[in-house]
Each structure stands twice: as structure tokens, then as C-alpha cells.
Design a protein around this ligand. Structure first.
Ligand code: HQG
Length: 182
């Protein structure tokens, strides 16, 4: 298994486990779990040779711990980042640190200054605990800029925060009021 095969398989798993399970006839339950046997069979119809060893290698090598396998080893899910309807992970609600960070591209700033941070096609706005991670996230879309979010103040005013299994912070919407540009 080389890095390229692992990366390509990781992208495929993100696609079917977060966004388009129906592309390979896969069912996700409301917690995002898919049967691994059905995943392998669905992928095979798409002429994609997946097996348990490859899936396990992707799960354990994922830099961001994007996926988890159930304790009985039969099911797999993406731990965050979904856009597909009918899936709503019961993320643990948590008090956030004073500040969290959001990495974005400079060209989105005007719109963010008007609307605050919105979830777009995903179920949540994603926030990072540290600035280097936020820069990495932001540069996926262009010249990165990091916004500092007054997370604890939001929480004190009743906004809910969740932390996904892989440490990514999630919230529904960040009003402009709480977005600091440094
Ligand atoms: C932007 C990756 C205009 C937002 C990463 C972002 C992350 C606005 C883009 C995870 C806006 C949405 C999520 C507004 C927000 N006007 N643009 N009002 N509000 N935006 O990919 O946060 O590799 O859906 O800034 O590491 O970039 O997939 O979200 O640029 O954790 O595991 O709209 O995806 O993880 O883009 O990234 P995305 P994101 P994975």
C-alpha cells in the first residue's frame, strides 16, 4: 500500500461516508455508520477494489483521524464533515476554550463580514484549536487568512459547541459579532 493509494482511498471514503453514499448504493444510519461489507460490495460495483486491510490502513494512517471503526469491527463512519441529509451525529456538547480559529481564504472575507461564518453544505461550521491547523484548512481554498473566534463568549451567550471524535470543534453559525480579524 503506497501513500498515493491510501490518499485516494481516503478521498473515496470521505465522498461516500460524508457526502454521497447513494453513489455506490450505500446506506448510512443516523449516526453515520455504514456496514463495511456493504461498503466493499458497493465499491466493487464501481470497480474499486477495497478490502478490510486497505480500509484499516486508511483509518489508522489518517492524519486527521477522519474515520472510525465500530468496536465490533463491522461498521465504519466519518467522524465529522458530513453534508448528507438523514445523518446527524450526536457530537458531545462541550464548553470551548476562550478562542478558537477558523482558517478561510481571503476572497471569502467580504461575505463573512456580512453573514458571519455559515456552514454551507456541511452540517456545521468547523473551527480549529490552533492557528497552524487553521492555516492548513484555509489554504485549501486560496490565500489563507485566520479568524479568531470568541468561542467562550459565544458559549456564555447560549451558543452550543461540539467536539468531534478527532478534536475538530463544531458549531452551527458564528455571528459577525464574535469574529475577530487579526
Ligand atoms: C467559507 C477539512 C463565504 C469557510 C478541514 C470555508 C476542516 C464562507 C468554506 C473541514 C462563509 C466552506 C472543513 C460566508 C464560511 N461567506 N464563505 N459567510 N462562511 N465560509 O470545506 O471549514 O480534510 O465546507 O470559511 O480540515 O474549510 O475534509 O469547510 O472556507 O476541518 O477532513 O466556506 O474540512 O477536513 O468550506 O473545512 P468547507 P472548511 P477534511
Amino acid at each position: 500500500m503506497d501513500t498515493k493509494q491510501l490518499q485516494e482511498t481516503s478521498k473515496f471514503l470521505s465522498y461516500v461516508l460524508r457526502h454521497e453514499p447513494q453513489a455506490i448504493g450505500l446506506q448510512l444510519d443516523s449516526e453515520g455508520w455504514a456496514d463495511i461489507g456493504a461498503l466493499i460490495a458497493g465499491a466493487a460495483k464501481d470497480r474499486r477494489a477495497l478490502d478490510i486491510a486497505l480500509i484499516q490502513a486508511v483509518v489508522s494512517s489518517s492524519d486527521k483521524k477522519r474515520f472510525s471503526i465500530s468496536d465490533d469491527g463491522l461498521r465504519i463512519r466519518a467522524v465529522q464533515g458530513h453534508s448528507t441529509p438523514n445523518v446527524s451525529l450526536q457530537h458531545i456538547e462541550k464548553e470551548p476554550p476562550e478562542f478558537l480559529y477558523h482558517g478561510t481564504a481571503r476572497r471569502f472575507l467580504d461575505s463573512i463580514r456580512q453573514q458571519g461564518l455559515i456552514a454551507g453544505s456541511r452540517h456545521h461550521v468547523h473551527l480549529s484549536q490552533d492557528i497552524p491547523t487553521a492555516i492548513d484548512v484555509g489554504q485549501r481554498y486560496g490565500k489563507p487568512v485566520v479568524l479568531k473566534i470568541e468561542a467562550l463568549r459565544m458559549h456564555q451567550q447560549g451558543f452550543k459547541f461540539f467536539q468531534a471524535e478527532n478534536g475538530v470543534w463544531l458549531t452551527n453559525h458564528v455571528p459577525v459579532l464574535f469574529v475577530l480579524e487579526e
